[in-house]
Write a protein that binds this ligand. Structure first.
Ligand code: COI
Length: 373
């Protein structure tokens, strides 16, 4: 637990507050039923970068539209990356975030892959502190669901107006924030998955391990295909053999076996290294489970479901935390992982452990929490 608001950021932030911030009643109304990604706080952070001058003009300003040239490179060549994080309000009113150094490190890796400039970890962390300090009232109490938070979305894009294909010489970094409840409208209701055979999300040597908008765009046709088959999300397989499980596009996957093994696809370069995924692997070992990171054939999933060896499947990510998988469907078949109650599942146990740490209801034995405000 890093209880500090001091900073070693090289950037100094100018704060320009909006004259008409939302009233307490308006914020309370949003907090009643925040959903996901619908409402945004009063302010945002913006930092400019140029090839000649580096990072400059770090500021907190009123939330609002960017002025962007139609020729801005991001609109044509998708040179863009982002992160997903949450700010959690603890019982004493303080506000914390979870493993932000891991997000900062992944943001830097994504930047390198997309030929964008690296924002130093301390500047990344300071941008979060600056925004949360100004919009602290927007951080909800956990509420009855025990999982309301302020979703933080740092992102960076090529803002240079230039149609030649090369790394942009003008880039914008920003952070916006949005009160969040459950990612899926059904709450902890299991999600149904469709095996996408027509589409892959990413391929060898591509951008699959980077958190860039393009990966999410490429997952949408598969998701649509899944929705046409009555599913919520698609499972993507490896692009070369179409036999190994990769991820859902916005979430990593875990298979739980009756014999106490918990298995997730290994990081092959085309899967996103989820911060929640890594944390679950650690928590699972502490629960006495045998954690395996390896290639997982889709046939193994189907066979283990048919034989009864598989007890649970769940998806995970910052936004969705841990969400149980109900049915897996494919052309001509399906298998079902639904259970009557969720109380005694491994997914629920790990989810509770994670949320209790994030909300300060349990001791942070891993040093995963950092105070923002
Ligand atoms: C997250 O879990 O934070 C994600 O980035 C997934 C999705 C909302 C894009």
């Amino acid at each position: 637990m890093t209880d500090t608001t001091s900073t070693r950021s090289a950037l100094s932030f100018e704060v320009n507050r909006r004259p008409d911030p939302a009233q307490a009643e308006t914020i309370a109304k949003v907090h009643e039923n925040p959903g996901f990604g619908k409402t945004f706080t009063d302010h945002m952070v913006v930092i400019d970068w140029t090839a000649d001058g580096g990072w400059a003009n770090a500021r907190v300003q009123p939330y609002g539209p960017f002025q962007l040239q139609p020729a801005a490179a991001v609109l044509h060549y998708a040179q863009e990356i982002f992160e997903g994080m949450k700010a959690y309000r603890h019982a004493d009113g303080s506000v914390w975030t979870f493993r932000p150094e891991a997000n900062a490190a992944r943001f830097a890796r994504s930047a390198k892959r997309l030929a964008l400039p690296v924002l130093e970890t301390e500047d990344f962390l300071e941008s979060l502190r600056q925004l949360v300090a100004v919009d602290k009232e927007w951080v909800p109490d956990p509420g009855e669901s025990g999982e309301k938070s302020l979703y933080l979305r740092p992102f960076m894009f090529a803002s240079e107006a230039f149609l030649g294909v090369r790394p942009a010489k003008e880039v914008t970094y920003a952070v916006i924030a949005s009160p969040a409840g459950a990612y899926f409208s059904g709450g902890l209701k299991p999600v149904n998955l469709w095996i996408s055979t027509q589409y892959a999300r990413a391929g060898a040597g591509g951008t699959g391990a980077a958190k860039c908008g393009g990966n999410y765009a490429s997952s949408l046709a598969g998701q649509l295909e899944g929705m046409e088959h009555g599913c919520d999300q698609a499972v993507f397989l490896d692009s070369s053999t179409h036999t190994y499980i990769e991820e859902l596009g916005g979430m990593n996957l875990f298979l739980v076996y009756k014999d106490g093994r918990i298995v997730t696809p290994e990081l092959t370069g085309s899967i996103l290294e989820g911060v929640t995924r890594g944390s679950i692997l650690e928590l699972a070992k502490e629960e006495g489970l045998t954690a395996e990171e390896r290639r997982v054939p889709i046939q193994e999933w189907k066979d283990a479901a048919a034989s009864g060896d598989l007890s649970e499947v769940f998806a995970c990510g910052t936004a969705a935390v841990i969400t149980p998988v109900g049915e897996l469907r494919w052309e001509g078949g399906s298998c079902d992982h639904r259970r009557d109650g969720h109380e005694d599942t491994i997914a629920t146990k790990l989810r509770t452990k994670l949320l209790d740490t994030q909300y300060g209801r349990a001791e942070d034995t891993h040093g995963w929490m950092t105070r923002l405000a």
